[in-house]
Design a protein around this ligand. Structure first.
Ligand SMILES: Cc1cc2nc3c(=O)[nH]c(=O)nc-3n(C[C@H](O)[C@H](O)[C@H](O)COP(=O)(O)O)c2cc1C
Length: 234
């Protein structure tokens, strides 16, 4: 059993790296994708091992981002790879400020729990990636009634990175407790760019089987029946 999973996983990676188009998937491949979806985790702090990420793996993860769907095929994403410790320290300082501001928003037991949470891995990871949305100056097919699909497209790219990283056994954490304007200033981003995601990437000591926030009883996973409606809301 383990051997076919391994073979299927290897062929999935080979296809992903080759860039060949795929028209049909086997049952084994479907199951591998489901395993990757279920095994993806947000990774933080000392769960990262501090081992370096090789350039080939980083390229594979970024290439996965570029395969994401985007409104009007606008591909409105840009990425800044951040490895310098001095830059990451500046970003981490923004996190500390924003995290301190968040604490009083939670009350009682939640506030105590919040204090114990480690909500980023900015300094523990070898590679951070800031992901920006670049608004087009021209009308974009599909984005003429709602402005949001541009940013949604960037989020699709981030999800591709998360899944590809997991398939490579690399952990990724999304940090949104940041002042986006400070991050833009630190990274010298042009005014029209919007920060969508700040990602921490690194090898891990362990991947948790459940979301950490579920294990810590911060939130529980919602059941299908709670969130899926038939035909209309009741
Ligand atoms: C848009 C977005 C922003 C997030 N921001 C943070 C964050 O600032 N810090 C953090 O620790 N986790 C962050 N997360 C991770 C979530 O907490 C995590 O996805 C959730 O707890 C479920 O866990 P899992 O990703 O391991 O399944 C973010 C996730 C998303 C999708």
């Amino acid at each position: 059993m383990a051997s076919w999973i391994f073979r299927a996983f290897k062929s999935f990676l080979a296809l992903a790296k080759s860039g060949r188009s795929v028209t049909e998937f086997s049952k084994a491949e479907q199951e591998v994708l489901q395993r990757i979806l279920m095994a993806r985790r947000d990774v933080r702090g000392n769960r990262f091992s501090r081992d370096p990420i090789c350039e080939e793996d980083l390229q594979t993860i970024l290439r996965a981002a570029l395969w994401a769907p985007s409104v009007g095929y606008s591909q409105p994403w840009e990425f800044v790879i951040v490895t310098e410790a001095a830059t990451r320290k500046q970003i981490a300082a923004s996190f500390s400020e924003e995290n301190a501001r968040a604490l009083p928003l939670f009350q009682g037991e939640k506030q105590q729990k919040y204090q114990q949470l480690k909500l980023e891995g900015i300094l523990e990871t070898p590679v951070n990636v800031a992901v920006f949305y670049k608004q087009s100056g021209k009308p974009v097919l599909g984005q003429t009634s709602m402005p949001e699909p541009g940013e949604y497209s960037v989020v699709c790219a981030v999800q591709n990175m998360w899944l590809m990283a997991r398939a490579l056994n690399i952990g990724m954490g999304w940090v949104s407790i940041l002042d986006p304007e400070k991050v833009k200033y630190i990274l010298n981003a042009p005014p029209a760019y919007k920060l969508v995601a700040y990602l921490c990437l690194g090898h891990v000591r362990e991947f948790l089987e459940q979301p950490e926030l579920e294990l810590l009883q911060w939130e529980r996973r919602k059941e299908m029946g709670e969130v899926v409606h038939r035909e209309r809301f009741e």
